[in-house]
Design a protein around this ligand. Structure first.
Ligand code: ARG
Length: 457
């Protein structure tokens, strides 16, 4: 098979070598971006007098025909033409004749492929931002339903202080808000056009890079052609931003998995987001949460993979760069799927309010309240801490909780105690009184909900 670049060759690689070097299996996902870039390039060549009006019109007709076929999934790609760029060039020549060969004037696959990926990520990142917003909307909805649902907050996975379930849901809202801001900011660096950088050094043709940039919706052009063809920072940034999203999702996965265990029973997943066991008839497994926790690993892997590919790579284009794509595609698919699953999974889960409430009654997560009570009456907090620690110890010895202690036990340890200590021990009151900014108090949660909704508006 004669190669489109075959002029200086006497022999062609064997089929399996071609297979090994080809990227068409995966870069065919860039078909629309590649055609869009070509349409802009053809318009620019025409505007700059490099292509005549009729030539440009014929080329653009051909490209539009290919675009229609691409949309109808009617294009047959072949390994013989290595990658998406050469496949489409061959198809264009088949479609309109040798004139199709003029399209590649003042262009290289190096600036072409970089352009494709900038266009691709621009669209994908915008889509991912929308998916994050949808998930955040569900988190806000859940939070609104559970402002007064009290459950234990943990540190060291030990019950620490009672909190509102809404507060917990909103914690994830704010993580995702940062994720969204990072993606939004990254668009500045994605929206830069490498088209016209040529193979590496620019071109002798009188092209207009600003014009193609404008046609393609890019805000800027790369200032330096060497940088333009070999920069993959924007993909690394995407992978890094995605890794942070996955890390956040993975933390919630872990909590979901714990919460729906027999030991916690804080939530129940809807049947539509759970699976059974082939052997154990009683099982209802949180597979989706486990899988997303697992998929976090592949996204980190994609980031590490590309960082390693880029390390020590001399300027400018090297074939190593072809390895930038699969991890990017895989990450887009993984993060989009994970966000969509999470949106449905959280929306449909049942929160076992009674179990949560019971958990806060049957523990010592109200111990801080007692220490704060004494501190508010003037006792140094450190002394209060010691006294309450001893009270907790007494409870553990007796197998009871702080609310079960008779009033005398309190007064024996400090004469600052009054009858109102029993109100203070109520987890509901403990949550309600946490009125400091960003705290779990109900008033703070109402404020947080308003702020969250304003972010989504
Ligand atoms: N398939 C190649 C890639 O994905 C396109 C660029 C090829 N350029 C080259 N000079 N071989 O990186």
């Amino acid at each position: 098979m004669k190669k489109l670049w075959g002029g200086r060759f006497q022999k062609t690689p064997e089929k399996w070598v071609d297979e090994f070097g080809a990227s068409i299996h995966f870069d065919k996902q860039l078909v629309k971006e590649d055609l869009t870039g070509s349409l802009a390039h053809a318009s620019m060549l025409n505007k700059c007098g490099i292509l005549g009006d009729e030539e440009a019109a014929a080329i653009k007709d051909g490209l539009n025909t290919l675009m229609k076929k691409a949309e109808a999934d009617e294009l047959d790609f072949s390994v013989d033409y290595e990658d998406i760029h050469l496949n489409l060039e061959k198809m264009l020549i088949d479609e309109i004749g040798p004139l199709g060969g003029k399209l590649h004037t003042a262009r290289s696959r190096n600036d072409q492929v970089a352009t494709d990926m900038h266009l691709y990520l621009n669209n994908q990142v915008e889509h991912i931002i929308e998916l994050i917003s949808s998930f955040q909307t569900v988190l806000v909805e859940k939070a609104e339903q559970h402002v007064e649902t009290i459950f234990p907050g943990y540190t060291h996975l030990q019950r620490a202080q009672p909190i509102s379930f809404a507060h917990h849901m909103l914690a994830y809202f704010w993580m995702l808000e940062r994720d969204k801001a990072r993606f939004q900011d990254s668009l500045k660096r994605i929206n830069v056009s490498p088209l016209g950088c040529g193979a590496l050094a620019g071109t002798t043709f009188p092209i207009d890079r600003e014009y193609t940039a404008e046609l393609l919706g890019f805000d800027h052009i790369y200032e330096n052609s060497l940088d333009g063809v070999s920069d993959r920072d924007f993909i690394l940034e995407f992978l890094s931003n995605s890794s942070l999203v996955m890390m956040h999702l993975s933390r919630l996965c872990e909590e979901i998995i714990l919460w729906c265990s027999q030991e916690f029973k804080f939530i129940e997943l809807d049947d539509t987001y759970a699976t059974g066991s082939s052997m154990m008839p009683q099982k209802k497994n949180p597979d989706m949460a486990e899988l997303i926790r697992g998929k976090t690993g592949r996204v980190y892997g994609n980031l590490m993979g590309l960082l390693t590919i880029m390390k020590g790579l001399p300027l400018t284009y090297n074939k190593d760069l072809q390895e930038d794509k699969e991890g990017m595609f895989d990450t887009v698919k993984t993060i989009a799927g994970s966000l969509q699953i999470f949106t449905g999974m959280i929306q449909t889960m049942t929160v076992n309010e009674d179990v949560m409430k019971k958990a806060t009654k049957e523990d010592f997560s109200n111990a801080t309240e007692v220490a704060d009570y004494l501190a508010k009456k003037g006792m140094p907090f450190r002394e209060a801490h010691e006294i309450v620690g001893k009270l907790v110890y007494t409870c553990i010895q007796k197998g009871v909780y702080l609310t079960d202690l008779p009033f005398e036990t309190f007064t024996e340890s400090s004469d600052l105690f009054e009858q109102d200590i029993y109100t203070v021990l109520d987890p509901y009151v403990a949550v309600e009184k946490r009125t400091s900014a960003g705290g779990t108090g109900f008033k703070q949660i109402q404020l947080a909900l308003e702020k969250a909704k304003a972010c989504l508006a």
